[in-house]
Ligand binder design. Structure first.
Ligand SMILES: [Cu+2]
Length: 187
C-alpha cells in the first residue's frame, strides 16, 4: 500500500467515524425528546401528575360512585370512561366506546393492585388503590377487545376479566342522547 492510499484510507475512516458519532448523538437527542414528549402527554408511567381517590369511600361519594361509572360524552366530543377494579371484577364489566373518538379512561382500585390491559391496543397500566390511572385510546374499527386483569390480585385473579366493545360512532352518540352513562353489560 502506498502512503497516499494509506492517508486516503485514514481520511475515509475518520469521515465515517464522525458521521456515525453525529448520527448517534442525533438518535440519543431524538429519543430523549420523545421520552419528554410522551411523559408530558401522560402516555407513559410515571405520570407527571398524581390524582388520588380514597378507596374506602369510592362507592359513597366522588367521581367513582356507581351512577357515574361507564362512558360519557364530554362537551368537546371526546368520551370519558370511568371504571373501578375490585377483587375480582371490573365495573362496568363491559365498556362501550365509539369508533374514531378520543377516549379517556379514568380508573382506580377499590382494594388491591390490579392490572389494566386492553388487548389489541397499547393500553396497559395498573390500578393502584388510592390513585386514579388515566389512559387514552382511540379505536378505528368496531369490535370486541378482551380486558384481563394482568396483575395477580388474589385467589380469584384468573377470573377477573372485562370487555371493551367498540361500536360505530353514530350509534354510540344516539345511545348517549338517551342515557347519561353507557356500558354494554345489558347488551
Ligand atoms: Cu385483579
Amino acid at each position: 500500500m502506498s502512503t497516499d492510499a494509506g492517508h486516503e484510507g485514514a481520511a475515509v475512516a475518520e469521515r465515517v467515524e464522525k458521521r456515525w458519532a453525529v448520527l448517534s448523538v442525533i438518535a440519543v437527542v431524538f429519543m430523549a425528546g420523545l421520552a419528554g414528549f410522551a411523559g408530558i402527554h401522560q402516555a407513559t408511567m410515571p405520570q407527571p401528575r398524581v390524582e388520588t381517590a380514597n378507596p374506602a369511600t369510592l362507592h359513597i361519594s366522588g367521581e367513582f360512585v356507581e351512577s357515574n361509572l361507564g362512558s360519557a360524552v364530554e362537551p368537546d366530543g371526546s368520551v370519558t370512561v370511568r371504571m373501578i377494579g375490585q377483587q375480582y371484577s371490573f365495573a362496568p364489566a363491559c365498556v362501550l366506546v365509539p369508533t374514531e373518538t378520543p377516549i379517556i379512561i379514568r380508573a382506580t382500585s377499590a382494594d388491591a393492585v390490579h392490572g389494566f390491559l386492553i388487548e389489541g391496543t397499547n393500553v396497559n397500566t395498573m390500578l393502584v388503590p388510592g390513585y386514579v390511572s388515566t389512559v387514552t385510546a382511540r379505536f378505528s374499527t368496531p369490535g370486541d377487545h378482551a380486558m384481563p386483569c394482568h396483575e395477580f390480585c388474589g385467589l380469584g385473579h384468573q377470573s377477573m376479566w372485562a370487555h371493551v366493545k367498540v361500536i360505530a360512532k353514530e350509534e354510540f352518540m344516539q345511545m348517549s342522547a338517551q342515557k347519561r352513562r353507557l356500558d354494554c353489560v345489558e347488551q
